[in-house]
Design a protein around this ligand. Sequence first.
Ligand code: SF4
Length: 322
Amino acid sequence: MTLAISWSSLKRWELCHHRHYRTLRGEVSRIPFKRSMLPGSIVDLIEREWLSETDPRPGGMRKIAPDVIDRLTNPDRGDDAFEPFTYKGDPRADHDAIVSFVHRCIDALEPVLMRLVVPHDYQPEVPFSPIIGIPYLDGQLVGIRLRGRIDIVSRLRYPDLGFAKGDFINYDLKATVNDAYISTTLGQGTFYDLGWQAWHGVRPSRFGFIAPALEQQLWWSDIADQDRAVMMDRIIAMAHGMWRGSWDPKIDDEGCDYCEARHACVKFSKHLVTDDVGRRRISFEESLSRRWEGRAYELGEQVAADEGEARRPGAAAGSAGG
Ligand code: SF4
């Protein structure tokens, strides 16, 4: 099986190798769908359905909105896209707040898409999964898969935005209210740029983040060759780390309290020792020494045994998920 790397798995790996390892083994708690993610999911679906219409028109998103909101907030509808969530405070007031935010987003989003996307050829929700060649640990070329899904792929029908007819410009929707968030995710544009070029054989001219809830609603990610080289280095570092079986937990504890793999994490595991009268006791000292001395975990050996087959070129590793 070919090693597959997505943007989210790359971020997870870089955050904590051990968290990624536990995710691959299916040893993570299910992350409950957060109420804070609901408005973004609704806006995303409205955008997709509106762009999938044969002739998207101004005002169309407002017509679609009531049904999409109901499908994603009303469990009785039994919609596949529904995820259980808990309202914040008074459910009626919170539902009104969600509707109000969604309306604010789509009222800002529609003119942006009417200007940038609708006049051209376009497709919402486009997956990519090309195989690219990278050096294996011994320097031999081996294939890995890049995986992702682009919110909107557009191809210019006439020269526009400073680019030529036929050029690709791709977009991702971010229904965030936090300006700082956009700068943390610019790398996603570079990852998608590499993935789309390898998949389609054409380098996109530009990648844009559309953030309808922010004052600045369009954020261009102008990707230079240097950015692509840095992203390839990150991808290769992840692949090599996985092939080597480098599954150590992160040294610091930032984010550990909210980690879905914490219950299975070796850094926080309780180690049993046998006391003088033969009782099994938890050794916190042992846990602490494992945690702070940075000693090698036997786990690496275990993974090497489990996935030894998968780390060889030609039979390389499992999906990186995400
Ligand atoms: S609890 Fe912390 S160290 Fe352990 S897997 Fe999660 S992020 Fe990594």
